[in-house]
Design a protein around this ligand. Structure first.
Ligand code: C5P
Length: 239
């Protein structure tokens, strides 16, 4: 898979015009997009459908945490739309992940990606919700659960990528948000454990998700082109 498809641009916008403007500015350089709850809620699936029609990869970041029947229905809807990735919360347990994987089986292009621990959380946050595990222990536990449930990949912090690659073997996808670029236009970030995209790829991530430090840059296409060059020369993942 070419490196451009491994760099997923997060279209975190509160209106479809701004999201479309970024897609238009990125042109052929942008091959993979993440559409999340904010844009879906304001704009519906129109932009996702357009992107699929143009041959782009679309990661629908639905972060599903529901009863298995509802999760399966949402995954089928994502598959019919032509999405290539959909997220389910591993914290929701094996049954919902298994339901998601079964529902995705009818859509060969669709990968079920389990969300382990969101990158904004710290050990203290886990304790506050009643979990005595450290972030690392919780990520490992949920990753094992996701693999046993048949998920195609996991979302994880770039700093957990090496641990997870060792845990998962070579085949599963590791999708890492929480990456930052060193640049003067970088907005403040709430990521607790950020890393540069190249570090994430070298550690075994197959995909990175990049949002504001690219979409809010003065020249997003130049930032993406530079990133593609940089990551293209990193050690290539095997999947
Ligand atoms: O910070 P940035 O704008 O690059 O975020 C891109 C994506 O990373 C967001 O769409 C969000 O889903 C994910 N993210 C995350 N944890 C955070 C912040 C963002 O997983 N703390």
């Amino acid at each position: 898979m070419n490196i451009a498809r491994r760099i997923i641009v997060a279209l975190d916008f509160d209106n479809v015009d701004d999201a479309e403007a970024i897609v238009d500015r990125l042109g052929d350089t942008g091959q993979s997009y993440k559409v999340g709850l904010e844009l879906l809620t304001v704009a519906g699936p129109t932009l996702a459908t357009r992107l699929v029609g143009e041959g782009k990869d679309v990661f629908l970041d639905l972060k599903l945490f529901e009863i298995p029947t509802s999760v399966a229905g949402a995954v089928r809807a994502a598959g019919r739309l032509g999405a290539t990735m959909v997220t389910v919360h591993a914290m929701g347990g094996s049954k919902i992940m298994e339901a998601a994987v079964r529902a995705a089986a009818d859509f060969p292009q669709l990968h079920v990606i389990a969300l382990t621990v969101v990158t904004s959380l710290t050990d203290t946050d886990l304790a506050a919700i009643g979990l005595s595990a450290t972030i690392e222990e919780q990520v490992t536990r949920l990753t094992r659960l996701a693999q046993r449930a048949g998920c195609h990949g996991v979302v994880a912090s770039p700093q957990d990528a090496a641990l997870l690659r060792a845990e998962l073997g070579p085949d599963m996808l590791i999708v890492t948000p929480g990456v930052t670029l060193q640049a003067e236009w970088n907005p403040p970030t709430e990521h607790a454990r950020p890393a540069h995209p190249a570090a994430a790829i070298r550690a075994g991530a197959t995909h990175i998700v990049i949002g504001r430090s690219l979409t809010r840059a003065p020249d997003p296409a130049a930032v993406l082109a530079h990133l593609e060059d940089e990551l293209g020369s990193c050690q290539r993942p095997t999947t």
